[in-house]
Design a protein around this ligand. Structure first.
Ligand code: DON
Length: 571
């Protein structure tokens, strides 16, 4: 087995619960540009019994504490979900939605869909007159939130601790406050131009008309009261009663559509996960209303048929990946949508036979997709967390407000942000959305329908069907290709999970017709070869925040993406 660095092995695993950056500097991995800054830099946490990794070290500690109080992985995941709404408000939320894959130790894997839904007054063409920004910022961009229904339902089905114990840490963090660090302060600063526009967002996130300063304590008493209502009445504390009244009043204030009935009717839905077999491994991931599992499955199926893959970072590999991704995204954007509204041909799309057909179309030169869609800058606000408890139960959960700080609208009097998930619909079928995705009728807006997502919370079993890895990330459509990369880096390129997460990423989504690469990641000679094959290369910053866990010889290793500020907590 090839190993590119000793990152995974450099920390004695017997020092349970120690978090440390992996040793630096590390020689760049083969196929990676010398200027790539992340080689050997993934944040690694080891635990003998259990592990929680999230985009916020504070939230990971909440999850670890719940596990140590006797909670199981679902208790910890629910506690983390609420805590992220307090300490990571650009993405963690109670005003958004998400997807959770749960694998009880040796039990049946299930997928929980608590994606937002279009309000009942929504119409297919509602954004035509409203202007292009209306699906991204402000009251009209908000879908009926699903997070509280999802978290309470997961706990109802699987939780072991009382719900009050699981939600308590988030109430404490909201009412007593937490210490603001550089990351939090600058994150709020970077969206302040949107937040300042909405009075309740301004008072909540820009007290004294500026972001909370590093070193200060950030308190959110109204959010604390909302969380107490949920503690006392469960989902009804959010979808009925005074919190629901305040949501509806907020909608009226800014021309939003969500009604009392929309809130009262919202339910989280249990679905069968997508199951993908890849070179003897089994991968469970999210079915529609997320495209994540199907589209990643198509990419993996196409790649599997190539046999042993060319080396990491080679033009031959990137070309094949780009061509596989281009085809999988074309199907995504044509066929997938809320399965309660449109038929998703999942079985056909995921058949190995269909993958062979697509693979046979791939030659030595790039295929051409007519370039209709400029790539708009994506937000940065989704967040993923992974949990494994001492019994081996696993949870993989991705949750979002869509854009950073969602619609930028905070519910007056209730202290939480609302999503702008309506932009994930094909708001204008045939036109690009915020992420440059050009989607069709299957994902057109309809009342009560869930907008198609790319979130890809995943769980990987090894060929002996043992739990091997829990993984996911934010990143819009690139979520799908990032989770693919991490899985393939481990299985095909024999990287440790820290190396697999730190490695540079590429992405293709068909439209726009460009092969996106992280800047400074791949060798110039590789990019030249790809250009010679007809690819348009676009080098674009860095993306993602993979939060994953893998099995080690003596326990679990949590791995946080070096591109952002997450961290793990284990014991
Ligand atoms: O559900 C989706 O696919 C998008 N709303 C996710 C957005 C996202 O990941 C933005 N952040 N990085």
């Amino acid at each position: 087995m090839r190993r590119y660095s000793l990152a995974a092995l450099s920390i004695p695993v017997l020092m349970a619960a120690c978090a440390a950056p992996s040793a630096a500097p590390v020689a760049p991995m083969p196929g990676v540009a010398p200027a790539w800054p992340f080689s050997g830099k993934a944040r690694v946490t080891n635990g003998i019994n259990a592990m929680v990794v999230t985009g916020s070290p504070l939230a990971s500690e909440v999850g670890r504490d719940i596990l140590q109080q006797g909670g199981n992985a679902v208790d910890a995941a629910v506690a983390v979900g609420f805590a992220l709404a307090v300490v990571h408000p650009e993405a963690g939320n109670i005003g958004g939605g998400g997807f959770m894959i749960i694998r009880p130790r040796n039990g049946r894997v299930r997928a929980l869909d608590y994606r937002e839904a279009a309000p009942s007054l929504a119409t297919r063409d509602m954004y035509h007159a409203a202007g292009p920004d209306a699906s991204v910022t402000g009251h009209l961009s908000v879908g009926v939130p699903g997070a509280v229904a999802g978290l309470t339902e997961a706990h109802r089905q699987y939780g072991r601790l009382p719900f009050s114990a699981v939600i308590e840490p988030s109430i404490r963090l909201a009412t007593q406050g937490f210490l603001v660090d550089e990351y939090r302060s600058s994150s709020i600063a970077s969206d302040s131009a949107r937040l300042v526009f909405f009075p309740a967002s301004r008072t909540t996130f820009l007290p004294a008309d500026r972001p909370p300063q590093p070193g200060s304590i950030f308190r959110q008493p109204e959010l604390g009261a909302t969380l107490e209502a949920i503690r006392d009445s469960g989902a009804a504390g959010f979808y009925q009663g005074w919190v629901a009244e305040l949501i509806v009043a907020e909608m009226r204030r800014g021309g939003g559509l969500i009604s009392r009935d929309d809130l009262a009717r919202y339910r989280a839905i249990w679905r069968e996960p997508i199951e993908i077999s890849y070179r003897g491994y089994t991968i469970y991931s999210m079915p529609p209303a997320s495209s994540g599992g199907v589209t990643m499955g198509q990419i993996l199926n196409i790649m599997e048929g190539f046999g042993a893959l060319p080396p990491f970072g080679s033009a031959a590999l990137l070309h094949r990946e780009a061509e596989a991704m281009r085809r999988a995204f074309a199907d995504r954007n044509t066929y997938l949508g809320d399965p309660d509204f449109v038929r998703n041909p999942v079985e056909r799309l995921l058949s190995k036979e269909y993958a062979s057909q697509l693979r046979r179309q791939i030659g030595e030169q790039a295929s051409i997709t007519p370039n209709l869609a400029p790539m708009a800058p994506g937000g940065s606000s989704t967040t993923h967390y992974s949990v494994i408890d001492a019994e081996g139960n696993a949870v993989s959960c991705t949750t979002t407000l869509n854009n950073s700080y969602g619609s930028a609208v905070t519910v007056t009097g209730a202290g939480f942000l609302l999503n702008d998930e309506m932009d994930d619909f094909a708001t204008s079928p045939g036109q690009p959305n915020m992420y440059g995705l050009v989607q069709g009728e299957a994902n057109a807006i309809a009342p009560g329908k869930r907008m198609l997502s790319a979130m890809t919370p995943s769980i990987v079993l090894d060929p002996k069907k043992q739990l091997q890895m829990v993984v996911g990330t934010p990143g819009g459509p690139r979520i799908i290709t990032m989770v693919y990369h991490v899985i393939s880096n481990v299985i095909d390129h024999h990287m440790s999970l820290p190396d697999a997460v730190a490695a540079p990423r590429m992405h293709h989504q068909g439209l726009p017709d460009s092969l996106q690469v992280e800047s400074d990641g791949f060798l110039p000679v590789t990019l030249d070869s790809l250009r010679a094959k007809g690819h348009r290369i676009s080098a674009r910053g860095r993306w993602g925040d993979v939060e994953g866990i893998t099995r080690t010889a003596t326990g679990w290793q949590g791995v946080s993406d070096p591109r952002r500020g997450g961290g793990g907590a284990g014991y």
